[in-house]
Design a protein around this ligand. Structure first.
Ligand SMILES: Nc1ncnc2c1ncn2[C@@H]1O[C@H](COP(=O)(O)OP(=O)(O)OP(=O)(O)O)[C@@H](O)[C@H]1O
Ligand SMILES: [Mg+2]
Length: 363
């Protein structure tokens, strides 16, 4: 069993607090992504799981045992770093076999394990090459192979695809999902790429400024963001966030009013300043009561992203089908899909004010 638990973990460097009161429970065999902007504490969290960094406060458990003081080599984990260093003078096969050789595993067994890893990672034709004769993606797979042969209970991956081009990244994403399915081991995957997190992970831990913002399924993170940070961070283009004022069932922004389904809000929600969130796909162009003017139309090929000027708020982005005839300068009425709007506190932590009765994410 290799479930992982962080309890009230805090990490302070000499003059900087990198993590505050982090609580996470990762199930055995689960694929969890740690997602957040640069400097939010993702690598620090992973390095503490690996035993390369020690928590200032709190407890880390792997498989139920407290590992705060357990050396990296004694934790049943393998870590793949963002900048993977292969041994340049060794072949692919020797690179992959290296951890086994160090452990004193005999030649026949080493060969067998290297063969299996090479098959999983489609490296068979490359086994006798040296690293410099490989593409970046192939080198990346060798680094993964070296982690695989150790057969750990937990894989810790720190931005393992960041050095690859877009096409190879999407190929490797699928390969890693398949690998996880085959191995069934716990994987903790650090990334600042939301697409990677959304497509690969069972659950995503969204972090910002050393604090956990939300830990939930990709579906819940997208459809029920817990606060303004998550709402803004997840989704491309981002969710439109409009500051305004709530009064009964009306939300007023820049002198224009939209109707809010009050039954979808937490009963304790009070009237006053709030932030309305609407994803670009939930904006109805030409169907609503809000006056807008088309400022820009960006054709991505499969759709159009329409930038709209609305009095009293920042530019609003909407998605339109690629065949849409909308033109720059045009005045349009817009509306919001009432079942999909989000409301947040304007102040404090910007917490979500919607009642999510349809909440079906894991505990
Ligand atoms: N040894 C250290 N001493 C002081 N501060 C540190 C140390 N290591 C990390 N930090 C700080 O802790 C914060 C978190 O760093 P961390 O490496 O965990 O970020 P990250 O989320 O992995 O970012 P990135 O996406 O850029 O890799 C950063 O502000 C960093 O500068
Ligand atoms: Mg990092």
């Amino acid at each position: 069993m290799a479930d992982i638990e962080l309890r009230n973990v805090r990490k302070a460097f000499i003059n900087f607090v990198a993590l505050e009161d982090l609580n996470l429970r990762i199930e055995d065999g689960e694929f969890v992504a740690l997602l957040g902007p640069s400097g939010c504490g993702k690598s620090t969290t992973l390095r503490m799981l690996a035993g390369l960094e020690f928590p200032t406060d709190g407890e880390i458990r792997i498989g139920g045992k407290v590992v705060n003081d357990v050396a990296p080599g004694k934790r049943d984990i393998a870590m793949v770093f963002q900048s993977y260093a292969l041994y340049p003078h060794m072949t692919v096969a020797q690179n992959i076999a290296y951890p086994l050789k160090k452990r004193g595993v005999d030649k026949a067994e080493r060969d067998r394990k290297v063969e299996r890893a090479a098959a999983l990672l489609h490296l068979e034709p490359l086994l006798s090459r040296k690293p410099k004769q490989l593409s970046g993606g192939q080198q990346q797979r060798v680094a993964l192979g070296r982690a695989l042969v150790r057969e750990p209970e937990v894989f810790l991956l720190d931005e393992p695809l960041s050095n690859l081009d877009a096409k190879l990244r999407s190929y490797m994403r699928i390969e890693l999902i398949e690998l996880h399915r085959q191995l069934g081991k716990t994987m903790v995957y650090v990334t600042h790429d939301q697409l990677e997190a959304m497509t690969m992970a069972h659950r995503i831990a969204v972090m910002n400024g050393g604090k956990l913002q939300q830990f939930d399924t990709p579906d819940a993170i997208y459809n029920r963001p817990a606060n303004l940070f998550v709402a803004d961070f997840i989704g491309t283009p981002s969710m439109n966030l409009m500051e305004g004022s709530l009064s009964g069932s009306n939300f007023t922004v820049g002198g224009q009013s939209v109707t809010i389904d009050r039954s979808r809000l937490k009963p304790e929600t009070t009237d006053g300043a709030a932030v309305l969130g609407v994803r670009p796909e939930d904006i109805m162009l030409g169907d609503g009561t809000i006056d807008a003017v088309v400022e820009l139309v960006e054709n991505t090929g499969h759709e159009k992203i329409v930038a709209l000027a609305v009095k009293g708020c920042d530019r609003i982005l909407a998605r339109a089908p690629s065949g849409s005839a909308i033109t720059v300068g045009e005045a349009v009425k817009i509306g919001f899909d009432q079942t999909k709007t989000h409301l947040f506190e304007k102040d404090g932590e910007g917490r979500r004010l919607n009642l999510d009765q349809d909440h079906n994410s894991l505990p």
